[in-house]
Design a protein around this ligand. Structure first.
Ligand code: DC
Length: 232
């Protein structure tokens, strides 16, 4: 039986897209691509090269250096998911920091950045059996995806989840800063000119503010199983 479909998961920041996507990838043996990690790695590159800081952004230098950015996902057997490598270096930890989160939406506004990353994403999803999460997967990267999900949750719930994740790994952050960052990214991601975060017309909306991970996963699996049955 061919169960190889393409699944696009979009939505606001910290809505648990990657948690669901990883579970789907494991159960159905699909490739998982966390496109946010790619935008985050470009942001880390920009910070490390002094192209962006709290009061400056030299987007021209970033754009002319895009050719020097190589991004790779390498599967970590122990963790059970692929980690992001920027120019050969594992940056999985660094790209999740609040500092990177604070600049990433500015980087994601740049059309040249988006063009490069979208092309790479489309290549990674050439063969079916892919679950990809991000902001523009169902609208731009794979407008013909077999199944499109759009995740939402209240900003407070999302900030609480993200705060816990960062505190658990030992980062020194305040809830107030995290909440502000979540809201600010929602604003920039939804209002940017190039590929703003919008729900695709044929996407299924999932508000998981009051839904545990098991319930969400069960619902999503039943949608996937229906799709797979349809294409047989
Ligand atoms: O999914 P995430 O929170 O790790 O994504 C980080 C940022 O990257 C997000 O705030 C906007 C940007 N992004 C994007 O513009 N398009 C995508 N497909 C994925 C992420």
């Amino acid at each position: 039986m061919n169960n190889k479909i393409t699944i696009a998961i979009d939505g606001f920041s910290s809505t648990g897209k990657s948690t669901i996507a990883k579970l789907i990838a494991k159960k159905y043996n699909f490739i998982y691509v966390d496109t946010g990690a790619m935008y985050r790695a470009v942001t880390l590159f920009a910070i490390e090269n002094n192209f962006i800081g709290s009061d400056f952004f030299d987007s021209e230098s970033l754009v002319s250096n895009l050719k020097n950015i190589s991004l790779k996902f390498i599967f970590n057997e122990e963790l059970g998911f692929a980690e992001m490598y920027l120019n050969g270096v594992n940056v999985e930890q660094e790209i999740r920091s609040l500092k990177v989160s604070q600049f990433v939406s500015k980087i994601a506004e740049i059309s040249e950045v988006r063009k490069k990353l979208v092309l790479e994403q489309q290549k990674m999803g050439e063969n079916d059996g892919v679950v990809m999460d991000g902001r523009d997967i169902g609208t731009v990267v794979f407008p013909n995806a077999d199944l499109k999900l759009f995740m939402t949750a209240s900003a407070d719930k999302r900030a609480t989840r993200r705060y816990k994740e960062l505190i658990d790994r030992g980062d020194d952050v305040s809830f107030k800063d995290i909440l502000f960052n979540v809201q600010e990214r929602d604003r920039i991601d939804s209002t940017r000119k190039d590929s703003p975060l919008v729900m695709a017309e044929d996407a299924i909306e999932f508000d998981n503010s009051d839904m545990g991970i098991n319930e969400q996963f069960e619902r999503v699996c039943s949608l996937i199983d229906q799709k797979i049955a349809q294409i047989q």
